[in-house]
Design a protein. Structure first.
Length: 376
């Protein structure tokens, strides 16, 4: 029987979304000047623009790419892109976990696209992306939030493609390099890699995406929250801080604080390095632990953010371990996503400290032994 560890993580937040706040975060240090003010006031617009500009700078976006704040988190931003851009060309939707499967259902059942190809794979695997026609519009997730499988490269996206790409990057952006030359509409949410508050998403558009929006009117109704055009042209005010609906300015300030923290530690390179270090600790532990295995068999496709770990034993074991560790206030919310196979999921993004990952793993070993003993 493994002895119960004495060292605890300083912060027990390992959820895959909303994720841990950045180190040193304090609610008392959030800028409150805009609280109680209109988001359309001079100050409100300036703070929204600050969030946009910091995001642009940290991500190193090409100058001719636009970035705007959207309602409805990553889901709202991604579905806005689908609703406004898909239809004029054949579409391929690639999915290998729960959120990708939602985009498949959106394309098939909601938009009812008549020239639709779906490529799917089981959790932990990727479909054969090389078979995608370069003339198709493509919808895909860069990083499978609920499976831990990410695309290893973008070679499968044709440089001379005639379709557009719509990329759900919410659990990858700020943790993995984005190949912007291959991305036309990219979405993410504040509560993932930056550990900020939920309900707001971001939509990044390439010039090709802008051209599609301005040249195409979809045949289906567009809810107000999806309307990106003003007349026949893109409403560029949205990408300058004039949001479609009223945002939470407290959430805006929380996101700004996270972006400023990331900037202060070295920007995107250090955010990626922190995620790589954290995931590397978990990978090494899995290799040394005979009853644990990465859900993703191919090392090239393993994420550095939400690492998913399958365990030997009964399917109820991961849930029992997660509950036991939460009861001891060692790890919160590390059970698998409700749609995923039984597993543990440890968030390793840049807002998590490596020391906390190191402190957590012996507790998982103890909980594994304890949960199995209690089940006997």
């Amino acid at each position: 029987m493994t002895d119960r560890p004495t060292r605890r993580p300083a912060r027990a937040c390992f959820s895959s979304g909303p994720t841990a706040k950045h180190p040193g975060w304090k609610l008392s240090e959030i800028d409150t000047r805009v609280m109680g003010r209109s988001h359309r006031s001079t100050l409100g617009k300036a703070r929204l623009k600050r969030a946009i500009d910091l995001s642009r700078d940290l991500l190193g976006l090409p100058q001719d790419y636009l970035i705007g704040i959207m309602p409805g988190s990553d889901t709202g931003a991604l579905e806005c892109a689908m609703w406004t851009m898909l239809g004029p060309r054949p579409t391929t939707v690639a999915a290998w976990e729960s959120f990708g499967n939602i985009w498949v259902q959106d394309a098939a059942r909601q938009l009812r696209l008549d020239r639709l190809t779906t490529l799917t794979a089981d959790y932990g695997n990727l479909p054969d992306l090389s078979q995608i026609d370069p003339g198709d519009d493509i919808v895909f997730t860069w990083n499978g939030t609920t499976s831990g499988a990410r695309i290893p490269h973008t070679d499968w996206i044709a440089g001379d493609r005639t379709g557009i790409t719509i990329n759900d990057a919410t659990s990858a952006i700020f943790a993995q390099e984005m190949d912007w030359s291959k991305l036309d509409a990219t979405t993410f949410s504040w509560q993932k890699v930056m550990g900020s508050e939920a309900a707001h998403g971001m939509l990044i558009l390439s010039p090709r995406a802008v051209e599609r929006i301005e040249s195409y009117d979809p045949p289906w109704p567009l809810p107000k929250l999806f309307r990106l055009k003003k007349g026949d042209t893109l409403n560029r005010a949205i990408f300058d801080g004039a949001t479609i609906n009223t945002p939470s300015m407290l959430a805006v300030e929380d996101y700004i604080a996270a972006l400023e923290w990331a900037e202060s530690i070295g920007g995107l390179p250090e955010m990626i390095a922190r995620a790589d270090r954290n995931a590397g600790i978990v990978f090494d532990w899995i290799e040394a632990t005979p009853w644990a295995r990465n859900m993703v068999a191919d090392p090239a496709c393993r994420t550095n953010t939400g690492v998913c770990i399958e365990l030997d034993g009964d399917d109820t074991l991961p849930k029992a371990i997660a509950a036991l560790l939460e009861r001891h206030e060692v790890a919160y919310d590390i059970n698998n996503h409700r749609d995923a196979p039984p597993s543990l999921r440890i968030w390793c993004g840049g807002t998590v400290d490596a020391e906390d990952i190191e402190a957590l793993l012996p507790w998982i070993e103890w909980a594994f032994d304890t949960a199995r003993t209690e089940a006997e």
